[in-house]
Design a protein around this ligand. Sequence first.
Ligand SMILES: *[C@@H]1O[C@H](CO)[C@@H](O)[C@H](O)[C@H]1NC(C)=O
Ligand SMILES: *[C@@H]1O[C@H](CO)[C@@H](O)[C@H](O)[C@H]1NC(C)=O
Length: 221
Amino acid sequence: MAPTLTSFLAFSGLFSSVYCLPPTERSTDTVEVLDLNAVSPGLPTPTTLPSVIALGVGTQNYTCNSTTGTYSSNVALADLYDITSLVKASTKDSLCKLYLKHSQDCQSEDNPLKLNLIGDHFFDASSKPNFDFTRSDKGWLQAKKNAAVPAPAKASKGVKDQANGAVDWLYLVDNDAGVSKDLLSVYRVQTAGGKPPTSCSGDEQIEIPYAAEYWFYKEEF
Ligand SMILES: *[C@@H]1O[C@H](CO)[C@@H](O)[C@H](O)[C@H]1NC(C)=O
Ligand SMILES: *[C@@H]1O[C@H](CO)[C@@H](O)[C@H](O)[C@H]1NC(C)=O
């Protein structure tokens, strides 16, 4: 185990010290306030507490535009795990890195940290981002992008051989299509990985592993 990971585990007490085992200690029901100080310029500031915080783990998919020689038309596909009671100050910027690392090193396991799967993030046929929490009865958000800022320089660049950088931090709101239920906005923060290489050729398609915290609210800000 890498020294930094070991010391993080020892320090936080959040994860079992045996690699690839689930979190053993949970915080109380206190919900964290979203901290956007790491990015500048910032994103709109939430004025209420989140209704759910999810760890998204999946891929960002890109297609090469042969005219420009760069990847574009980015869609994502991710599992959403409940981390509402796990996020606290000491885990900031660490859950996503840890999960990406675990999913790489514990490949035989689908869900190495044994978190609760509560939803699915996907893009529909018309490229609209959806967050479907039907399986956990926590609602649904079909969104549009409202704001984006680059991830902080210290963000995890991603898994080995696909470490091209961390995708932007985002703020998305309900797209007024009448699909959303109970949820009206989401922040994508603490991103790890997900960026494509800077150049490409042909009409190549790629999938880049990423993880992010998604903070969902019942209001827009
Ligand atoms: C994105 O990649 C995943 C594999 O990680 C694949 O299952 C999915 O079909 C892809 N989605 C799109 C829209 O290309
Ligand atoms: C590729 O990029 C060019 C130049 O920006 C653009 O006109 C074209 O629509 C793009 N093609 C696709 C398939 O996105």
